[in-house]
Write a protein that binds this ligand. Structure first.
Ligand SMILES: C[S@@+](CC[C@H](N)C(=O)[O-])C[C@H]1O[C@@H](n2cnc3c(N)ncnc32)[C@H](O)[C@@H]1O
Length: 242
């Protein structure tokens, strides 16, 4: 989603088709804060509410293989948190973050997984997610895991007024070749959210804003010229010392 179209996109009203009763407060938040609208007819994308979980349903007729049989999208911070293993000092992400990392800005929050990794490392994290489609899902995941205090702000990261030590970027990347298709969740992401076509501008902003460094998570095959790159098995962490 290009930034120029963001406000126009944000003003869309998405349908909510709950299959169980929501508490009046929850319903009010979803309808008023996130501009969802109760609906009885399926019109994609739409949200459902089942077993206390808000999910986003994408059109099953999408014309690409990985979209078939795609499960509705919802986030479970508690499950994700419990599945995170302690990082070793040799982990490429740890090396990329460096030692001066009192405040980390996750400028591309997405599913919240990287944010949770930073929290698990005991870091102070502020996260930004600008997609109005993801905002209700992230908010709902936080509602179901109030003990995990994520600071997610639903707007463009470039509106951040704090100056973090480290800015972390994980922009959307297109698959290089058919064999290397990204996870289903990421396919659904790029369909619903777009390709982050302004990622070069976001990097320029981050380089001016971070106090110490900018870390960009990229596929191993991506062309880049950072100060140093720490490679993992599937991704690399391109690190720009500022
Ligand atoms: C590949 S996903 C990030 C995945 C994420 N690291 C995770 O752990 O799930 C990229 C996300 O960044 C968001 N994004 C891209 N540019 C942004 C910006 N300037 N401000 C806020 N969010 C942005 C997109 O809407 C998308 O949800």
């Amino acid at each position: 989603m290009h930034l120029d179209n963001y406000h126009e996109y944000q003003s869309f009203i998405y349908p909510l088709m709950p299959s169980e009763e929501l508490s009046p407060t929850l319903l009010e938040t979803l309808l008023e804060t996130f501009s969802l609208e109760l609906a009885s007819e399926i019109k994609y994308p739409y949200y459902s509410f089942t077993e206390n979980i808000l999910s986003l349903h994408s059109n099953p007729d999408l014309n690409f293989t990985s979209a078939k049989n795609m499960k509705p999208l919802s986030f479970d911070f508690r499950k994700e948190w419990d599945s995170l293993r302690p990082f070793s000092k040799k982990d490429p992400l740890i090396k990329a973050l460096g030692n001066q990392r009192d405040l980390v800005l996750d400028a591309t929050c997405g599913t919240g997984k990287d944010t949770l990794s930073f929290l698990k490392l005991g870091l102070k994290v502020i996260s930004y997610e600008r997609s109005p489609l993801l905002a209700p899902l992230l908010w709902d995941a936080q509602r179901r895991a109030p003990e995990l205090e994520l600071d997610i702000r639903f707007e463009d990261a470039r509106n951040c007024h704090e100056r973090p030590d480290v800015i972390f970027l994980d922009p959307m990347f297109p698959p290089k070749k058919k064999k290397a298709l990204p996870k289903k969740e990421m396919v659904m992401f790029s369909h619903l959210i777009g390709k982050d076509e302004d990622q070069e501008e976001l990097l320029k902003w981050a380089l001016k804003t971070a106090k110490k460094r900018v870390v960009v998570k990229r596929p191993l095959w991506a062309d880049s010229s950072p100060t140093i790159s720490y490679k993992g098995t599937r991704v690399k962490y391109d690190t720009y010392i500022v």
